[in-house]
Design a protein around this ligand. Structure first.
Ligand code: HEC
Ligand code: HEC
Length: 347
């Protein structure tokens, strides 16, 4: 699945019309989008925006190009760094144009084709629409699509790439977003130790990891479910309300009282590298996360009922040893092939 299969498609386009005798058909190769054997069907409708060699190359170039921001510096890749599963390493909340501070921790980008909604509160309902948020947000890229189109039209390299990647050959918002999605849907992370075990490819858990997996299944997997490690629901996992941001979470999108302070259950793939943790990056280490679940859960109207124990205390009971076992298991979700995959790197 790591190998792109190239099926050469010759986009004949208008070449049939006889008045364009000098028309040279543009060659573009379809990229095979392969669903890993242990993954569910994608949510992204790949047939509506099938990735091609040129579309992917264009999407990658855009992803790493500061021209998408008003100061020419902040690219998508500025906040989404491959070595850390495309998170903004060391930044508790993201920094955008002019050093402006956001209020949320940059999410990892992997397996986006399998996600139904995007961002911590699900504000974006389609991957093709998601980049509009960072591009236009004042504290992120602070740019407009007309501004970007103008800048790209001045670059012969872009004019050529758009013409090669899309039938209508246009540099427009639609094609910019489609190219970005083609790049992001190819970013599949499915080659961890965990995956190799699940697919019977010869790996085995250590005893500590195996115990951690059992604990994980009983204590965590009700939300961090299945092979994506998220059921894609929105929950309140008992973080104390941060007076600085007072982020209302899912309620911002739905307006429903029952959604106050709920956030999307994050995938835990590559979790070893995506620190700091939680929507506002408040927890530095995986130890801190497990201490939160055992002793730090705070009550509120929308707290997930599973965190309310029968004796009236809150959280998920775990011994120190059990926490270490769970962490050992979580580290089997690190995908070195993905983190070092040249297809996705800037240089
Ligand atoms: C200033 C930092 C910053 C920049 C620049 C940025 N992002 Fe993000 N990205 C974030 C943050 C923070 C979030 C979480 C946003 C939220 O929950 O409101 C996020 C979320 C996302 C998500 C959703 C992931 C998920 O699992 O739901 C995608 C996709 C994404 N960004 C893609 C992009 C693309 C494409 C670009 C460039 C056009 C970009 N980002 C530019 C910081 C940034
Ligand atoms: C009731 C649902 C639920 C259960 C059970 C649960 N989690 Fe979570 N988890 C969440 C939600 C929701 C978030 C995001 C919260 C936020 O940022 O506000 C989260 C965040 C995390 C994060 C941070 C991820 C990131 O990208 O920042 C880690 C790590 C984590 N959980 C691990 C665990 C482990 C380990 C367990 C079991 C001991 C567990 N969770 C049990 C719902 C749950």
């Amino acid at each position: 699945m790591k190998i792109f299969s190239y099926i050469v498609i010759i986009l004949i386009g208008a070449s049939c019309s006889s008045d364009k005798e000098d028309y040279v058909p543009i060659e573009n190769a379809a990229l095979q989008f392969t669903v890993p054997a242990n993954f569910p069907e994608p949510s992204y409708n790949v047939s509506l925006n099938p990735p091609t060699e040129k579309g992917f190359e264009l999407g990658k170039k855009l992803f790493y190009d500061g021209r998408l921001s008003s100061d020419g510096v902040i690219s998508c890749g500025f906040c989404h760094i491959q070595d850390f599963a495309f998170t903004h390493h060391t930044h508790i909340v993201s920094h955008g144009v002019g050093g402006a501070l956001g209020t949320r921790n940059a999410q990892p980008l992997h397996n986006m084709a399998f996600m139904k909604e995007f961002t911590w509160d699900g504000a974006a309902r389609h991957l093709d629409l998601q980049p509009i948020i960072p591009i236009t947000a004042e504290v992120e890229m602070n740019e407009t699509f007309s501004g970007i189109v103008k800048k790209l039209e001045d670059q012969p390299e872009y004019v050529k790439l758009f013409a090669e990647a899309f039938e209508d050959q246009k540099i427009n918002p639609d094609n910019i977003l489609k190219a970005l999605s083609q790049f992001m849907i190819m970013m599949i992370s499915a080659n961890t130790k965990y995956d190799k075990i699940e697919r019977n490819e010869g790996s085995v858990f250590t005893q500590e990891e195996a115990s951690g997996f059992e604990l994980f299944k009983s204590k965590c997997a009700s939300c961090h479910q299945g092979t994506l490690f998220t059921d894609q629901s929105y929950r309140n996992n008992g973080l104390a309300i941060d007076p600085q941001y007072n982020d209302i979470g899912r309620n911002r999108v739905t307006g429903l009282a029952e959604d106050l302070h709920k956030f999307k259950v994050p995938s835990l793939r590559n979790i070893e590298l995506t620190f700091p943790y939680m929507h506002d990056g408040r927890l530095k280490t995986l130890n801190d996360v497990l201490d939160h679940y055992s002793d730090g859960v705070v009550n509120s109207e929308t707290l997930e009922p599973t965190f309310k124990r029968q004796d009236g205390t809150l959280g998920i009971p775990m011994t120190a040893e059990e926490k270490l076992q769970i962490i050992a298991f979580l580290k089997t979700l690190t995908d070195d092939d993905f983190l070092n995959d040249d297809r996705f790197s800037e240089f």
